[in-house]
Each structure stands twice: as C-alpha cells, then as structure tokens.
Ligand binder design. Sequence first.
Ligand SMILES: [Zn+2]
Length: 129
Amino acid sequence: MSKLGCICGHTIVDQTDNIIYKAHFVRDQDKEAIGEQTTDIEAFIEAVRKGQRDKWLNNYFGSDIYKTLTDATVVNDIISRYNVKFESEMFVCQNCGRIKIQKGNENKFVSFLPEDNQWLGIFKGLSRT
Ligand SMILES: [Zn+2]
C-alpha cells in the first residue's frame, strides 16, 4: 500500500519508514506460527555447522542466490519471510482518527471510528520517547 483514502477526504500516505500513524500487527492465532522462525533459524545454524549451508539454503529458499550472502542476511530473510506471511498493517488517519485495519493479506482495509480524541500518537513507537 502506498496511499489509502479515508472517508473524511484525507489521504494516508505510506511511502517511507518510521511512520507515526502506522503499525504492524500479528493475529493471536498466528503468534505460534510466527514463532517457528526460530526453528528455521536453528536449522540453518545446524546446517552451517554440518557443512551443509548451500544445500540447506537451496532447499529452503528454492534458489542458490543466497550462497554468496552473509549468515546475518540469511537470518534476516528468514525472519522477513514470516513477517510478510503473518504481519498486517494498520493506520490511523491523522485528520479524523479513524483506524484502518488490513483485512488478511489483502489490500483491503476496514475502517473504525474512534469514540474519543485519544487517538493522536496512538501508533507512536515505544522506542521514540
Ligand atoms: Zn480520516
């Protein structure tokens, strides 16, 4: 998604990182599945230890382009695969406070109107005090 229209007329723009009005979420029923990335990372480490790195990478990613990449990049891509599969996005309209929640993996968003005016900064990062 790069732009999302709100019923109030505001356009929500998603074209950079660290957006104060955007959040990512994982559904409770997917938390266990996303935790399996640890198992995949452990399997990768074990393959490296056994000297089967290239074979494991080709089997896991279905491509040999990973052979030349660092172990850190491989681990990052394992994590990214799970994030892409199980994470969804939500936005708060900076004009009216409506929350837009992504429906599944579709490019569709369901809109919710806030009951009070406490929404400003609701998705501000906790590391950004
Ligand atoms: Zn709005």
